[in-house]
Design a protein around this ligand. Structure first.
Ligand code: NAI
Ligand code: PYR
Ligand code: MG
Length: 371
């Protein structure tokens, strides 16, 4: 199969879909790989590095999109990229369709076969292609929140760890999955006063066993969220209902009780955000203020630490890319139900139920798409 990888064009997105090392694995397996010139710049990989691994360098994205059977990317295709997709082509990348009706419509209209990293499953209900980026974003959320809490950045002027004689900042993490766990680890490491809320008792139990007295856990309901919001300096939004739009757990009304200069970091913004007042921001202009509360809502946080993120992502995306290239997407999905869970759009139909429900499409079950 001819596999293509364009340069990412989202604001301050420095990751790349394929590392030179991944290209080498594909080429050794008998595939051809076309890379847009400069695609690896953000991770310090030159065109020469890719060529040494067997890639063919192409001058622009259009040449790659027009001629490759599978496009491997990181972020959801931007409008100019969507216009280059076609029926019969495979798109393998993050999509986050539920909160994005425009992207969904254009993918449906293009006829492309779109596989979303974030809904590919693993054993025990895990999302292994989302996990490494959630680890990165969870860890970054505390860095981002700590910076936003500085007075010069509009924050309350609180050091999360405190100092001897002055209490640490209070960090509230809503959602105790991968993002929430990693956020809590960083916040605990800084010496902050950390509470994690989740609605899954098993998640709360695991967090309790791991953190012992270093972090508190609390059941997630309206009353507990409201009470904790009034006390928190930093709130991390880290909930997920796979493939679906994030539930709005913090309303605008609830911001009224928050301390002026408190910070909300909505990591769940890629699924629409879990705070009512969230709207996507970029690394170029990451924060805005609503009712004296600073909001950080960058939808591609891991793009800022592109080297770490690209390698972590390729570790989990490459095995499926190799199988798709070897067997074709249908046969690869017939043999692997976890990969099949990644199919979101195919030949003009929405194949992921939560996306179809959210955006009002008829749902075509994956089993029918691959039969
Ligand atoms: N902004 C960015 O750059 C990035 C965003 N993300 C996003 O972060 C979000 C979280 O991802 P993960 O941690 O990997 O998901 P996860 O599935 O590991 O964890 C989600 C947690 O939310 C909990 N939850 C669901 N409803 C809840 C509620 N009402 N109250 C409290 N907890 C609730 C679940 O029980 C689960 O423990 C996703 O939307 C993901 O796409 C991930 C990476 C980068
Ligand atoms: C998960 C995601 O959207 C990202 O890493 O950018
Ligand atoms: Mg206020």
């Amino acid at each position: 199969m001819r596999v293509g990888c364009p340069k990412e064009i989202k604001n301050h997105e420095y990751r790349v879909g394929l590392t030179p090392e991944s290209v080498r694995e594909l080429v050794v397996s008998g595939h051809e790989v076309w890379i847009e010139t400069g695609a690896g710049e953000g991770i310090g990989a030159t065109d020469m590095d890719y060529q040494t691994c067997g890639a063919v360098i192409q001058p622009d994205a259009k040449t790659v999109f027009d001629n490759c059977e599978m496009i491997v990317k990181v972020k959801e295709p931007q409008a100019v990229e969507r216009a280059m997709l076609r029926e019969g082509q495979i798109l393998y990348t993050y999509l986050h369709l539920a909160p994005d009706p425009e992207q969904t419509r254009e993918l449906v209209e293009s006829g492309v076969t779109a596989i979303a990293y974030e809904t590919v499953t693993g054993p025990n209900g895990q999302l292994p292609l989302l996990k490494p980026m959630s680890q990165v974003a969870g860890r970054m959320s505390i860095q981002a929140g700590a910076t936003a809490l500085e007075k010069a950045h509009g924050g309350r002027g609180v050091l999360l760890g405190g100092v001897p004689g002055v209490l640490p900042g209070r960090v509230m993490v809503i959602g105790g999955g991968v993002v929430g766990f990693n956020a809590a680890q960083m916040a605990v490491g800084l010496g902050a006063d950390v509470t994690i809320l989740d609605r899954d008792p098993e998640v709360l139990e695991k967090l309790g066993i791991h953190f012992e007295s270093r972090a508190k856990t609390r059941f997630s309901n309206r009353a507990n969220i409201e009470q904790m919001l009034c006390e928190a300096e930093l709130v991390i939004g880290a909930v997920l209902i796979p493939g679906a739009a994030a539930p709005k757990l913090v309303t605008r009304e609830m911001l009224k009780c928050m301390k002026p200069g408190a910070v909300l970091v909505d990591v769940a913004i890629d699924q629409g955000g879990c705070f009512e007042t969230s709207k996507p921001t970029t690394h170029a202009d990451p924060t805005y203020v609503v009712d004296d509360v600073v909001h950080y809502c960058v939808a591609n946080m891991p793009g800022a630490v592109a080297r770490t993120s690209t390698y972590a992502l390729n570790n989990v995306t490459l095995p499926h890319a190799l199988r798709i290239a070897e067997l074709g997407w249908k046969e690869a999905m017939r043999r692997n139900e976890h990969l099949a869970a990644g199919l979101n759009v195919h030949a003009g139909r929405v194949t992921y139920e939560a996306v179809a429900d959210e955006l009002g499409y008829d749902h075509l079950p994956v089993s029918q798409a691959i039969s």
